[in-house]
Design a protein around this ligand. Structure first.
Ligand SMILES: [Zn+2]
Ligand SMILES: [Zn+2]
Length: 141
């Protein structure tokens, strides 16, 4: 009887990152889209089931866990993936698209068929701390 060396089990290759929503190829970019009504209903349902489960598992001697209000459609987005051939423009990818957006859609690329939500206003610059007169400042706040 010969001793078999331990052969490590082949490490299964990770199935790779996210796939392009259009062709299933490896995605290189992604952007956000609001959930459709069906997706949101499903999401709410899943959130509620999860909460019910946690409430059930919670210590009955303690106050029941407080999960806060259930998510609103405005709180939820879904990632949409595009491969190198099916990516929206960088500008479009930086915005949140509506729930009816069909991007990536070959006939609209690199644009899409929705008007994405406007980007949030940029953070205002903090008021600079005044410099002393000897540093070229006014010495006044
Ligand atoms: Zn693709
Ligand atoms: Zn869109």
């Amino acid at each position: 009887m010969t001793e078999q060396p331990d052969v490590p089990a082949p490490i299964s290759q990770p199935t790779g990152g996210p796939a392009c929503t259009l062709c299933g190829g490896p995605a290189c970019v992604h952007w956000q889209r609001r959930l459709t009504d069906d997706e949101f209903t499903e999401y709410l349902h899943a959130s509620q089931s999860r909460r019910d489960e946690l409430t059930l598992l919670a210590d009955s001697q303690q106050a029941p866990p407080d999960f806060g209000p259930l998510p609103l459609p405005a709180d939820c987005t879904r990632a949409v993936y595009g491969c190198v051939n099916h990516a929206v423009s960088l500008d479009a990818a930086s915005l949140i698209h509506t729930k009816t957006c069909t991007a990536p859609n070959a006939k609209d690329l690199p644009h899409c068929d929705c008007t994405p939500e406007p980007a949030p206003p940029p953070e205002p610059d903090p008021t600079p701390t005044p410099l002393p007169v000897s540093w070229g400042g006014t010495g006044k706040a």
